[in-house]
Design a protein around this ligand. Structure first.
Ligand SMILES: Nc1ncnc2c1ncn2[C@@H]1O[C@H](COP(=O)(O)OP(=O)(O)OP(=O)(O)O)[C@@H](O)[C@H]1O
Ligand SMILES: [Mg+2]
Length: 370
């Protein structure tokens, strides 16, 4: 029930709200709806107000509404300014921090409307406050996710650029150095007496060292951004990754791919590639597995990526470790694609990472073939 304060002017107390309106206001739980007298003292209080601000009607009616404001806002006279504004312009809207009875703060949208009698005399104010904390939290989360997606994309672009520079610039220079060395070797062989020709072997060794540097450089560039992903697509890149994993760790990987004809967006290809890379790195680091399988499949609407190992399975606290970002990062990458990532694990029965992404979000428009 809406309650009236004795501090309200006589005129306001004479106004009888229609019974149905009162029921309506009392039924509202999501909004604090209450009235203030002309000085800003609380004159009525609905259950929504009690719920969001924490005061029972008898605790708050008659008290000045500045109690809902932060000390900083009170110090600059914000409550009074809002009332002056509402009296002058009939209505004022504000968004900001408000304080509950227990001292906690919430983000509120507030509308204060001046209430006049028929002769135009100010009777008081109607105040509607909506708690937007939840929405604000969601917006903050969305902003954080967007910022992290942006950073991730920038990082991928930068890695791609460095990989290209390594390959095109440094790689080409080393190749031409090797050729020049070979030409000098040929020339020297013709001019150097037979007795000291074996000294030329040091030139040969230099050639071997250049080859080793080129191989390292290729490996570093491929780690940064595998050229096969851009040249032959995700399926080929996963098969290449699986082969490399098998050679490096001696754990057999069964790889099944049926997505050859699809042209994925750059973001989708690199995200699914990185998820598989992290999943396989986890297998190598944690799983003690004897076999791994990687499957990339599509139907008419979705792409499915599944990485399964037959190792020890996830420990209980795996998903909550504060210093572990692999599983978290995988999930974020897939969320960015509008998909879902599920992790299944039973002790002793390995781990399965199952990804499902809608094709509508990951295919380059108007194209089906690479
Ligand atoms: N395939 C797996 N088999 C067994 N345990 C796993 C597997 N994958 C992950 N885990 C467990 O889950 C934990 C979290 O994995 P996550 O990838 O998030 O972090 P991490 O690998 O420890 O560190 P990083 O942040 O470098 O990836 C790991 O510490 C490990 O205990
Ligand atoms: Mg990891």
């Amino acid at each position: 029930m809406a309650q009236r304060s004795s501090s309200l002017s006589v005129n306001l107390s004479e106004i009888e709200l229609d019974h149905r309106y009162r029921l309506l206001i009392d039924a509202v739980q999501d909004y604090a709806i209450f009235m203030l007298d002309t000085s800003g003292n609380v004159a009525s209080w609905n259950p929504g107000a009690q719920r969001s601000k924490g005061y029972a009607p008898e605790e708050i009616i008659g008290r000045h509404f500045s109690i809902f404001y932060t000390p900083e806002d009170v110090a600059i006279g914000k409550p009074d300014h809002l009332l002056e504004d509402a009296a002058l312009n009939d209505r004022v809207e504000d968004e900001g921090w408000r304080v509950r009875k227990d001292g906690s703060r919430f983000w509120a949208n507030v509308v204060i409307t001046a209430v006049h009698d028929e002769a135009g005399t100010l009777l008081g104010f109607a105040k509607i406050t909506r708690d937007l904390s939840q929405r604000r939290r969601l917006e903050e989360l969305e902003r954080a996710a967007a910022a992290s997606a942006h950073v991730q994309q920038a990082r991928e672009n930068e890695q791609k650029r460095i990989a290209q520079e390594l390959h095109d610039d440094l790689g080409q220079s080393l190749t031409s150095l090797k050729l020049t060395l070979a030409v000098h070797e040929m020339e020297l062989i013709q001019h150097v007496p037979e007795a000291i020709r074996e000294r030329l072997t040091s030139i040969n060794e230099l050639g071997g060292q250049i080859d080793a540097i080129v191989a390292s450089l290729r490996r570093i560039a491929a780690d940064l951004r595998p050229p096969i992903l851009d040249d032959l697509g995700l399926g080929a890149a996963l098969e290449w990754m699986a082969e490399g994993f098998e050679q490096r760790y001696g754990i057999p990987v069964k790889c099944a791919v049926n997505t050859d004809a699809l042209h994925l967006t750059d973001l989708a290809a690199i995200s699914l590639y990185r998820v598989t890379q992290e999943a396989l790195t986890n297998v190598a680091r944690h799983a003690k597995a004897s076999e791994v399988s990687v499957r990339l499949l599509v139907d008419e609407r979705y792409m499915y990526l599944r990485i399964h190992d037959d190792g020890v399975g996830l420990p209980e606290d795996a998903k909550r470790r504060p210093d572990s970002f692999g599983l978290l990062g995988m999930r974020e990458r897939i969320l960015q694609l509008g998909g879902t990532l599920s992790i299944y694990s039973k002790s002793g029965d390995g781990v399965t990472i199952a990804v499902k992404v809608p094709l509508s979000k990951i295919l380059v428009e108007n194209s089906t073939c690479t």
